[in-house]
Design a protein around this ligand. Sequence first.
Ligand SMILES: Cc1cc2nc3c(=O)[nH]c(=O)nc-3n(C[C@H](O)[C@H](O)[C@H](O)COP(=O)(O)O)c2cc1C
Length: 169
Amino acid sequence: MLNLKVLVAYSTRTNNTKIIAEAIYGEIEFKKEIRKIEELDNLDGYELIFFGFPIESYGPNQEVKDFLKEHSANKKIALFITHGSPEYSDFLAPWLEESKKCLDGSTELLGLFNCQGDVAQFVIDSMSKSDSPTLRYFAQESSKIKGQPDETRINKAKDFANEILNKVI
Ligand SMILES: Cc1cc2nc3c(=O)[nH]c(=O)nc-3n(C[C@H](O)[C@H](O)[C@H](O)COP(=O)(O)O)c2cc1C
């Protein structure tokens, strides 16, 4: 499918997801665009969409949820997600499930990439003051992360992009 038009769409608060979006974008050798979701009215006109966002408070934020609910019907979408928790965390599975549930029933989900990203200091500060032991634990663990997504994770995102592209060409 040589006339493939690909969109990389993403939401980001502290740029980790943007780093992954740009890595994916760099691998695409078709007609392509990269946009923050605030710049998009819809997802029409693309044969393939890479759609990325961070996990915030155990799932996608409301803006991402609303956007996907409204615009993902009948689209081919590959999700990419960043989160402060490590990839092996037991907490992660339900948050990723919650993310998939934002897609319309008719969406073709081609794959999901997720990786750890640094957690902003304001989030760590707020969690460390919480009454919840779980949030205080997250604060402690988050303060140990430095420089994520690193080169290894960025390279995994590039591999993911190529895996998805190979599915549609
Ligand atoms: C308000 C807020 C809530 C967050 N909640 C979670 C969470 O529930 N679980 C988690 O693993 N990371 C959480 N994080 C960390 C982000 O998912 C992580 O830093 C992500 O890489 C940020 O991506 P961004 O830089 O593209 O915004 C939260 C970050 C923010 C700002």
